[in-house]
Design a protein around this ligand. Structure first.
Ligand SMILES: NC(=O)c1ccc[n+]([C@@H]2O[C@H](COP(=O)([O-])OP(=O)(O)OC[C@H]3O[C@@H](n4cnc5c(N)ncnc54)[C@H](OP(=O)(O)O)[C@@H]3O)[C@@H](O)[C@H]2O)c1
Length: 199
């Protein structure tokens, strides 16, 4: 299969690329990619990406910024960081990408454990993650031509603890390679509308 991974250079994306490259042609897109550069915050940039990839069999989204901060100090502008980047970036990737997917193709999005397990400073992340999951739930019943869509909701990665450990005290961290297996199940399997919770 030809699989497009957006966010291929990230902690999640790198592990997904390693897992999928064993049996698929993986097109690696990211903000700084030399071959498939994309700014997921710009619809026109996503359009240029798909024009370059042409028809594909699977799309994986492994990106998404959110705002971490105290609810009592949060502004609407800060809240919109998660909406505009992690939510609308993935939504736009689906809205445009469905037209480039071959019959039976799949889309795999990314949410995260904060949709189920809230933490302090995480209101934007919890809201956006649930919105992504809600979008997948709704889109799955409508996608034509046998196309499928799923979402992976992982706990914090072992590899990301140097950055995120203070936010996730008491959480079980998961190795990126194990998280990547959920993306593989979505790409290679038959599920649609599923939330893979990797905990
Ligand atoms: N890390 C964790 O512990 C963890 C756990 C559960 C869920 N998640 C979720 O997984 C997703 C990825 O997290 P991560 O930790 O892997 O992130 P990361 O290491 O910061 O990597 C982010 C990736 O997204 C790309 N990117 C960033 N801004 C972009 C833009 N505007 N346009 C296009 N590409 C852009 C980066 O490209 P460049 O390198 O080219 O800039 C990079 O490939 C996020 O939604 C996060 O919430 C992460």
């Amino acid at each position: 299969m030809r699989v497009l991974v957006v966010g291929a250079t990230g902690a999640v994306g790198k592990a997904v690329v390693t897992e999928l490259a064993a049996r698929h042609e993986v097109l690696q897109a990211s903000r700084s990619s030399g071959i498939y550069p994309v700014d997921i915050a710009q619809a026109s940039s996503i359009a240029a990406l798909f024009k370059k990839t042409g028809k594909i069999d699977a799309i994986v989204a492994a990106f998404g910024n959110v705002h971490f901060g105290l609810l009592g100090e949060m502004t609407g502008e800060q809240f919109r960081i998660g909406i505009n980047n992690k939510l609308m970036g993935q939504v736009e990737l689906v809205l445009q990408g469905q037209h480039y997917l071959n019959d039976g193709g799949s889309i795999t999005l990314t949410s995260g454990i904060l949709s189920d397990e809230p933490i302090r400073l995480g209101a934007n992340a919890s809201a956006v993650n649930r919105a992504v999951e809600g979008f997948v739930c709704g889109a799955a019943v409508e996608l034509p031509r046998g196309m499928r869509i799923n979402v992976v909701s992982a706990s914090v990665l072992v590899e990301s603890l140097p950055t995120y450990a203070p936010f996730f005290i008491g959480f079980d961290a998961v190795p990126a390679a194990r998280v990547a297996m959920a993306y593989a199940r979505s790409v290679d399997g038959a599920d649609s509308g599923k939330i893979y919770r990797v905990r």
